[in-house]
Write a new protein. Sequence first.
Length: 486
Amino acid sequence: MKNENLKALIDIGSNTVRLVIYSPPYRFPNIFLNKRFYCDLGRGLDKDKIIPENKIKKLLSSLNIFKDLLNDYKVKSFEILGTAAMREAKNSKIILKESKKIFSKKIKILKPLEEAIMSGYSTISTINLPHGLSMDLGGGSLDLAKIKYDKIQNVKSLNIGTLRYYSPKNELNIPNIKKDMNDKLNSNNFFLKNNKNIYLIGGAFRHICKKYLSISNNPIEVIHSFTIKKIERSKFIKFLNYEFKLIRKKKYSSLSKREQTIPVAILVLQKILKDNINANLVFSAYGLREGYNYSKLSNKDKKRDAFVESTKFFSDLDSRNTISSEIFHTLKSLIPKKIKIEDRIIQGICNLSDANWRILSPYRSIQSFLRIARFSWIGINTAERLFVSYTLFNRYNPLKKYRNQIKEYLIVMDKREKVYAELIGNLLKTVYLITSGSKKLIEKKFIYFDEKSMSYKLNDKIENLMQKKELQTVKLNNLLKEALKY
């Protein structure tokens, strides 16, 4: 990846200070570099509103390292954001002054509602058509945003943070925390009640999700868009209860920096689960920084589909041709209307359909599956991720041993999704078999879907291109027959 037109954000949070460098295009989080340091600026913030001198020194040391990285990668466009700790600390002027000496640039300290809005934008920009409550839990605040698709309906920022409850002796008074938390959350029932989905943002929530994925034997341990549905709630609640007791038994000195944030995060989740018995919990791998970047985009760019845009970028890096649009229209003409698959998913599949040509042919099927399944896509959920991966697996000629290798992944796919993916994958294989990616050959429409017979038929001129037997229309029609059952 070339380091051209890079942009960066420095986020001075209440727990970590982080530098994230982004590469174009900017509609999706195309992260070039992500560097963080734990500075704990918000620890015990409720007590005296003073950031200790040693933590300020650690912060300034981190900022100097960030400056070197920005210079090394020739990043000229960057901004510095400050959140709850910078807002509330009585001595934050020291940081403002010293930071300006380092960067010759002011820190933009976000107001509470600005922070909540940016967190809401993070959900809008990385989740497809979100509908519900976005919750961003940081070291110093809990930011709430009611969201419906691409609109933020209402926001609120509460002084609930993973670090702010710690005493000077690094102790947590759990009964007092529960009371304070419940008082603040109960006074904002408008936000907490009757949510269809709750989108969880923040490092503590990500840590909890990662741990849960590791013990639940999920084949794809991808945090972003991982969803706890109603059927899995009791298992997740038991996990939270166990983790809370486990961490509380440990000595504070043995806890990692991230583990120190988990008790308060679990208390928040327990309260939310109690108040929203029917809501899905959706974890996010992104946050305020991505929301802030999204807020700076033009309206035209905001309307672009993030998943499709990321697959275009992937394709531009690795594909041999630029005919994904022609392949999309061909596929659309071959998929019966009864088979319901979103156009954006099909477009993404078409964009990725030639991205693995450099891999040796015997390995293309399995490498395509694993590469796509593990890539940092946004705008798709776990089921859609697997659907795209399995479709591209079938686009090649997978060996039996590779089919056995992906069985553990396919367990979480239903029969309908598998059959649809097999059909579309084999349609793609046919398109490339005949045309070799040639736009002119694709336009000849060598195969078509006959609505009367509900089957695939060959164009009479196919002999000019290739032998009929090589098209395997029998296999395609058998797959089509199976797909039409659903």
